[in-house]
Design a protein around this ligand. Structure first.
Ligand SMILES: Cc1cc2nc3c(=O)[nH]c(=O)nc-3n(C[C@H](O)[C@H](O)[C@H](O)COP(=O)(O)OP(=O)(O)OC[C@H]3O[C@@H](n4cnc5c(N)ncnc54)[C@H](O)[C@@H]3O)c2cc1C
Length: 194
């Protein structure tokens, strides 16, 4: 799995605090005052101010099973690699940690057969959008996702939980690590200790 931050609001904590001060008419200067205010706003549940900051990630090497879960978050914006248009025969498959070496060897064999059939179908003129039906849900995909900080908090809260599926939890853990570096006051209360 590769997770890369490709865009983020400049000085996000300063912007959020500035927005918060418009509503609260509070005074204060500097990063520590901004962070104190943001922590207070989050405690009060006044999270709409967090919508003014936005972050975009490029994610690769996750399964389509993981992507299907992420794209359920309707307030985020997505682009996902299209199996209708992109020739995906070079793509790998994600290994679930519960697979033993033997399970994984057998899964890879099946995947190689699926890719061979995919190639054969393409060679016979079957369109990519139909040939892809033989590819498994474990096949790797790539996507770009943009969300504001309020929505990132929502996504991370749900997907860091121990009831969430392992792959999206790992993805959420990595995204949280990056967002915490850029805006600790917004994300430090999520997911336990850094
Ligand atoms: C552990 C876990 C297990 C899951 N299991 C399943 C499953 O078995 N089957 C399944 O189908 N899904 C499952 N899901 C997906 C889940 O049902 C949600 O679709 C997904 O988590 C997106 O959450 P959301 O709707 O809160 O968030 P978002 O779509 O990110 O929306 C954010 C928030 O905006 C508000 N909102 C957005 N759209 C609307 C709207 N139209 N009307 C009113 N308010 C809105 C809501 O407050 C919402 O919480 C699971 C999720 C988790 C975390």
């Amino acid at each position: 799995m590769q997770v890369q931050l490709i865009a983020i609001t400049a000085d996000p904590e300063a912007l959020i605090a500035r927005a918060g001060r418009v509503s609260h008419r509070s005074e204060g200067k500097g990063l520590e005052a901004d962070r104190k205010l943001i922590r207070r706003l989050i405690e009060l549940g006044h999270e709409s101010v967090l919508e003014h900051a936005v972050a975009t990630f490029e994610i690769a090497g996750v399964s389509r099973a993981c992507a299907n879960q992420l794209t359920r978050h309707r307030l985020a914006s997505f682009v996902q690699e299209s199996q209708r248009y992109v020739d995906v025969r070079g793509r790998g498959m994600v290994r679930p940690p519960a697979f033993s070496d033997e399970d994984w060897a057998r899964a890879k064999e099946l995947y190689a057969q699926a890719v061979a059939l995919y190639e054969e179908l393409l060679a016979r003129g079957v369109p990519k959008e139909d040939a892809r039906f033989v590819l498994p849900i474990g096949a790797e995909t790539r996507l770009v996702v943009t969300a504001n900080f309020r929505e990132w908090r929502h996504i991370l809260r749900l997907r860091l939980d121990k009831t969430a599926q392992w792959e999206i939890r790992e993805l959420a853990r990595r995204i949280l690590g990056i967002l915490r570096e850029h805006a600790p006051s917004v994300f430090e209360d999520l997911g336990g200790a850094p």
